[in-house]
Design a binder for this molecule. Structure first.
Ligand SMILES: Cc1cc2nc3c(=O)[nH]c(=O)nc-3n(C[C@H](O)[C@H](O)[C@H](O)COP(=O)(O)OP(=O)(O)OC[C@H]3O[C@@H](n4cnc5c(N)ncnc54)[C@H](O)[C@@H]3O)c2cc1C
Length: 473
């Protein structure tokens, strides 16, 4: 938005005297801060860590800039795409022209076998028909069965609360899916997007992901990812956008308590300072939100503590030569899940840097680096023949023990919306009730919802043209 539009928004809304504090500088908080500032509210954003970006960040390791974990998004992530536009980062995180995922199975008796999940330029569901019909990792009967289950999934009503109580694994079994079909297709996609195997996953969330990604628009599952370090987007560019929207951003500033003043304003305590504001958006993880929420602000606040968490492990390997000739691939028949080429984004000048993204890594999240090295280097030799003669220049891991909320059956009931019972206090975060699993998309949606709720309470609904994104089908 340019200065003139900003002035218009502020003047038209009459909110220039209104103030908000947003607590938490992850994607949810940054989004809320931008949305409120764009509508003319004076915003202060407080982040405890030295940088913005929350769970999606980068750090330096020698000559490399490393992401804490590989992040991807899909074309159907319309809110995250809006966010990228808003921070002028879209060109740095482009989408594939058309979904194309190489899937390598290393456990076939006849040897390593490559299949592809890709789409054709045809309407739904034909766009995936040819890919499924020729997918070599399933038998003919399994492929037909997958088609039938996909149609049954399409028929599920996402608004039906009963779906949340069921688990996806049992539903797949009841719909004729073999263990192999679950492993080679449903979990291949589902573990990476939901951070849980089908048996540990709410049918409601799984149906949402598969329906939106694979059965809505033909291009919905085209994959996008940052071609630069995540910090360039979620910290550097986000900070620039916040600065030009007039947001006061304070990092290394941890909020220790929130208190209503009794006159419609809030006191927000940080070490050495008390900030006052008409509106507070609490955009921190669920446990921290529970600790900061004033008594009575939420019915059943204790439910926030029942929302489980799930880990993601990233294994980083720097080889002395090129060993992978696609930007990424997915693997079967090995503990390796997804492998990404991080070379260009990390700034590495020679050799190749791969990151293995290992979701739902409950069994390995605390394993010593030496044990992970012993396990994964031979697996990479099975998967990528080029690694066999290659030297390993560096091997390290990044562990995110609470990477996402656990998408377990029943979790929908535990996720609160943006509004609280305390006037002027709103919740945001990927874990709130967005209908999405814990993703960047969910975080941005939650940030917009919190800003929307705050603006309508101030009597000034969000001007539609300011931050509009298409609703996913
Ligand atoms: C390894 C990994 C891989 C992932 N892969 C993907 C992916 O491929 N695609 C995808 O869409 N999503 C992915 N995700 C999930 C995605 O990163 C998150 O859902 C999203 O970033 C969450 O944003 P958020 O703003 O809701 O929360 P957070 O990012 O948790 O932000 C909350 C912020 O609040 C701050 N904070 C906490 N307490 C206080 C306090 N008292 N005062 C001030 N600040 C405070 C924290 O420091 C943090 O910065 C992945 C996550 C991880 C960890």
């Amino acid at each position: 938005m340019n200065d003139e539009q900003l002035a218009d928004a502020s003047e038209a809304s009459g909110l220039s005297g209104r103030t908000a504090v947003v607590v938490g500088g992850g994607l949810a908080g940054v989004t809320s801060a931008l949305a409120l500032a764009d509508a003319g509210v004076r915003v202060t954003l407080l982040e405890g860590r030295p940088r913005l970006g929350g769970l999606a960040f980068s750090f330096r390791r020698g000559e490399l800039t490393v992401d804490n974990g590989q992040h991807v998004y899909l074309r159907c992530c319309t809110a995250y795409r809006w966010f990228l536009e808003r921070i002028e980062g879209s060109a740095l995180a482009p989408l594939q022209e058309r979904l194309d995922v190489p899937v390598v199975d290393v456990a076939r008796p006849e040897g390593r076998r490559l299949g592809r999940l890709r789409r054709d330029p045809l309407p739904v569901p034909l766009h995936l028909g040819r890919s499924l019909a020729t997918y070599p990792h399933l038998s003919l009967a399994e492929r037909a069965g997958v088609g039938r289950a996909a149609l049954a999934l399409k028929g599920l009503d996402l608004a039906d609360p009963r779906l949340d109580a069921q688990d996806f694994g049992s539903w797949l079994t009841a719909h004729g899916q073999s263990a192999r079909a679950v492993e080679a297709l449903w979990d291949l996609v589902g573990v990476a997007t939901l951070n849980a195997v089908a048996g540990d996953c709410s049918l409601g969330l799984a149906a949402m992901v598969f329906k939106t990604g694979l059965l809505s628009e033909p291009g919905a599952a085209d994959i996008g990812w940052a071609h630069v370090p995540l910090g360039d987007l979620h910290d550097r560019l986000a900070r620039k956008a916040l600065d030009s929207a007039g947001v006061r951003t304070e990092v290394r500033t941890r909020v220790t308590s929130l208190r209503p003043d009794g006159n419609g304003t809030w006191s927000v305590q940080v070490p050495g300072e008390t900030l006052r504001a008409d509106t507070v958006v609490l955009a921190v993880p669920q446990r921290e939100a529970y600790d900061l929420l004033p008594d009575g602000a939420l019915d059943h606040a204790e439910r926030l503590l029942e929302i489980g968490t799930a880990p993601i492990l990233n294994v980083h390997v720097v080889y002395d030569r090129k060993v992978l000739d696609t930007p990424f691939l997915a693997a079967l028949g090995t503990p390796v899940q997804w492998v990404f080429d991080r070379t260009a984004a990390s700034g590495l000048r020679d050799g190749q840097y791969l990151a293995l993204s290992q979701s739902a890594a409950h069994d390995e999240i605390d394993a010593p680096v030496a044990a992970l090295r012993e396990r994964y280097l031979p697996e990479l030799q099975r998967l990528l023949p080029g690694t066999r003669g290659a030297g390993v220049r560096d091997f390290f891991v990044t562990r995110e023990r609470t990477a996402t909320f656990a998408p377990a059956p029943g979790v929908g009931r535990l996720r609160p919306g943006a509004r609280t019972k305390a006037p002027g206090l709103y919740l945001a975060g990927a874990w709130t009730a967005t209908g999405w699993p814990a993703t960047m998309e969910s975080a941005v949606r939650s940030g917009v919802s919190a800003a929307d709720a705050a603006l309508s309470a101030l009597g000034r609904p969000r001007p539609r043209h300011l931050f509009e994104f298409e609703e996913a089908a």
